[in-house]
Design a protein around this ligand. Sequence first.
Ligand code: TRP
Length: 452
Amino acid sequence: MENNVKPRAGFGTAIGVLAATLGSAIGLGNIWKFPSLTGTNGGAAFVLVYILATLLIGLPVMISEHALGRKAKADAITTFRKLAPGSAWWLVGVAGVLAAFLIMAFYTEVAGWVFAYIVKAIGGGILSTDPEVTSAAFANLITDPTQSLIWQWVVLVWVAGIILFGVSKGIERMTKRLLPLLFLLLVVVGIRSITLPGGGEGLTFLFKPDFSQLTWQSVLIAMGLAFFKLSVGMGTMITYGSYFREDQNIPATAARVMLADVAVSLLAGIAIFPAVFAYGFEPTAGPSLLFITIPAVFSSMPGGSIFMVLFFILAAIAATGAMLSLFEVPVAFLNERCKMSRKTATLVTFALLALVGSTAALSNSSMANFKLLGKTMFDLFDYATSNVLLPVGGLFICLFVGWRWGYPQVKAELTNGGKLNNERIVRAFFGIAKIVTPVLVLVVLLNGLGLF
Ligand code: TRP
């Protein structure tokens, strides 16, 4: 029999809750997407907007999702069905399933590059401070349709296998344990990078804002990044909230997750940008930035090749934690709504992802000229999820909490039935989630998409 009616065991400890949420939040968004977008959007001013978006938009959405999930003890769709019966709010959960699927379609490709780099790093030969050499090595990988597809399939088999063999809990536990190691390694790489001759320019780029670079388009991208990195806007965090303990301090937990997530991103920026300037890379290199600069930093470190293998293994582990939380969404949907067994649901998700994902995998080779709305499939999936689906989802989640669920319920949930002495925080949160976040999301969305 399938375990359709899993007992909601809950996380054992407050630390367990924090670690699990971090396992989903910290991933390629931090070490790959953040540097890539910061580079292409002009540096510090973008970082500042991203941090503001995280505080005023990402954090309130995360608190909202956790509160809804713990109240309803269910996934996103069921949560809205329970808390607003007979209404159409559950469609927010359905949009989340679509978002999770489309994120996986390109995320598995980037994870594939990371997996490929573990092998390349072990084989040696990519350690170089020469932009030409490391760029060529990366271009070699992504413009080869066979390699692109194979590495994406390796990742898909890896993630689906973890779920099929029922070891996701074990793997998740492992990813959480290893996150501190990734953090530590980023600190080491960061120190090396800053101390490179000429590296200081990278810090200027990262921390000294030049607002003339900022456009509505880049503000939208910064907001999308905030959603993506915190794993919010599509209901994943509703499911996480459903496992929270009754005595968990939700606002404090969300604030800690947010801080850790921002810290890891900034560290990744500090590891990468000084090296960019020290060795004459282009900060605007985009998606390739992580893969072409990291070998350069490691090649200027004693024991660099071993550290580089370790770095990409840890990156793969962080990506795995994030992917498990994403893959689970369509699987749970097919399992619970379409009455498939979990095994069938996993295989169907796997097959659909192999199919749809291949269009993203081939976006730098065979399908480079196949564009919709002027974007390759890879870019389209990335753009549509981060900059449209997640913000719209987050908007509705906040509107639900602020206007439909209402203050008495929110207060009861976030003060743990009056046990926590945090009413001022709760009131501030409520005002922000009800008015500030929705207005900001709408203004940025409409301007950023050019609809104003
Ligand atoms: N936050 C993850 C990262 O930074 C990606 C991710 C996992 C995600 N689950 C999500 C993004 C849910 C949006 C929604 O790599």
